[in-house]
Design a protein around this ligand. Sequence first.
Ligand SMILES: NC(=O)c1ccc[n+]([C@@H]2O[C@H](COP(=O)([O-])OP(=O)(O)OC[C@H]3O[C@@H](n4cnc5c(N)ncnc54)[C@H](O)[C@@H]3O)[C@@H](O)[C@H]2O)c1
Length: 368
Amino acid sequence: MSVIKVAVLGTGFISNIHMESFQRFVRGAEVVAVWNPNPEHAKQFAEQHKIAQYYSDIDALLRESGCDVVDICLPNYLHHAYCLKAIEAGKHVIVEKPFCVSLREADEMLAAAREKGVTLFYAEQLCFAPKYERVRALINAGAVGDVYMLKQAERHSGPHTPWFYDVHRSGGGCVLDLACHGFGWFKWMLGKGCRIKSVQANLSTVYHNEITQGEDNAVVILEYETADGKTVTCLSETSWAKPGGMDDRIEVYGTKGVTYADLFQGNAALTYSTEGYDYAMEKADLSTGWTFTIYEEAFNQGYPQELQHFIDCIRDGSQPVFSAQNGRDVMEAVYAVYESARTGKKVELPFTSDAELPISLWKAIHSS
Ligand SMILES: NC(=O)c1ccc[n+]([C@@H]2O[C@H](COP(=O)([O-])OP(=O)(O)OC[C@H]3O[C@@H](n4cnc5c(N)ncnc54)[C@H](O)[C@@H]3O)[C@@H](O)[C@H]2O)c1
């Protein structure tokens, strides 16, 4: 079967991870083009990764590159516009998390893909992370009995580029950036047909007050209802205020057991260095003293496995195991989080809102 041709939009952090994944691990795919509005950035990235074509004109890329699928690795507020453009050109689309920045955008993206008959993929790599998948398999085999509680936490000291802190471009703080992972992973763990019943949130800005209107610390309790009518309590803890590098953990509690998994620190070499060294782990600001030295970062987080699955779906015309509708459902929960943070009350789902920025449900947002 022919090779699936990929065009990557964006040349930043996640574009590099996707490139490593495609080039080292994914079979049956070739990245044929990259786009960045700055031609120098596009050229530099293409040279670095040996990509044959680079563009600064998106219409030219869609018209001329010959790509089958467009991989959107752009700031959150651009997901919607570039997704619609790519769909209009008849391309399949991969969208990084979060799906977009509003419910209106999410609905438009899903409708456009449906109407054009292309596949829209929501990139939630935790559904493919090998350690978390091992946990899911043993839970499904009954190792901990009936699951009554799930926890997921992701924390670090804050994103690496300024647009994340501008809520007009990110849509919100650590909830939109990090808790979206947990909300999606809970759905994945609880299986097809589960839905979020309610959301309760406590949000605060404790560390980055001077540079963002967004929350940088969040605790969210969600109730999920499984297809067989069981209610499972899920706890999401996220932060942009925790120094010491990236932390991603899960806990699964059942009537007959429990399992804990740690994606970064539990997968690292423990190093003490007085001199420091090149790179310890994502978001770590120091490499002196005791550090967690990560290895195979992309692979352990599930990026290559996720992208392989998307390419396989395109090759054989099948639907992804974790659909784009889930990206939309996560957005609905994000909206409910901000509503709960404002009212101090539990919010029942379905929840709808016309707010163009989810965070504006929590507080009045001034222009940046
Ligand atoms: N799955 C994950 O865990 C994960 C991790 C990191 C980032 N992401 C997601 O990937 C997306 C990109 O994040 P990132 O960390 O790569 O960001 P980044 O800032 O490192 O890179 C963003 C890229 O977009 C380009 N860009 C910025 N403004 C633009 C504009 N106005 N028009 C066109 N291009 C523009 C930049 O030049 C850069 O190439 C975000 O949606 C983010 O949430 C996901």
